[in-house]
Design a protein around this ligand. Sequence first.
Ligand code: NAP
Length: 266
Amino acid sequence: MAHHLLILGGTTEARALAAALASGPDVAPAAARAAAPAAARLRVTSSLAGRVAEPRLPAGEVRIGGFGGPDGLAAWLRAEAVDAVVDATHPFAAAMSHNAALAAAATGVPLLALRRPGWTAVDGDRWHRVDSLDAAAALLPALGRRVFLTSGRQGIRAFAHLDGLHFLARSVDAPEPPMPASTEVLLDRGPFTLDGERAVLRAHRIDVVVTKDSGGAATAPKLAAARELGLPVVVVERPPVPSGIPVAEDVPAALDWLTARGLALR
Ligand code: NAP
């Protein structure tokens, strides 16, 4: 019987992992492929929260919506005979990662966290690292008046009380109130380019940028653009991975982990 892998998704890496596993020919030696087609060996289900109206869908089976907390996820893992879980959610999706750790412990299903590394400041960066969106909001008035807010649709409420500042808030779908009185919404989704980000900062006369430490290349150009223009950036630190959960920093490392459990051929 095929093994069953659950990928908790919503990220570039989750889609890349699902694609790598769906396209067995790219990852498996020819002889092994001939003997056992990837689809026959491994069933892959990707799970999305359902937050985005038109999500980019990963390859393979997809389910959408919450599981109903750790107990709901544990029940799903049992009912669907899941052999392993890769938590490839966004580094800031802390509730889902916590639930996955609890469900894995309850069911004994092996769990891996796939987390791209955070960003590192380089010469010329004027970063202010803070531990929460609330701390970012507290710091902002001392840093600027026109804010490029890239912390996502759900994060904007932390800034809602900052009436004296103007916000350019970029998100995939439109944010909902509460939000700051002076907010201009920019609907867009990465990957972004340095030219594009420079143009946004200039056109909107931005003097401070707020970002989560999401890591990855797709949204990093705003950091380079801010560096070029000498702008301060408030960087919100990511929450920790639940203790005891192994971490892979990229898709090849996740494939190694799966291979070691007999779930993917390399
Ligand atoms: P969260 O706060 O950690 O999770 C809240 C609840 O949403 C979870 O308890 C779970 O509901 C459900 N959920 C989250 N991810 C899910 C998934 N992949 N599949 C099924 N249910 C999921 O999550 P979030 O920060 O709102 O992020 C939601 C999704 O957006 C995630 O898939 C994440 O990868 C993606 N995303 C998040 C960010 C960010 O900055 N947070 C950025 C880009 C993409 P139940 O308890 O009912 O199971």
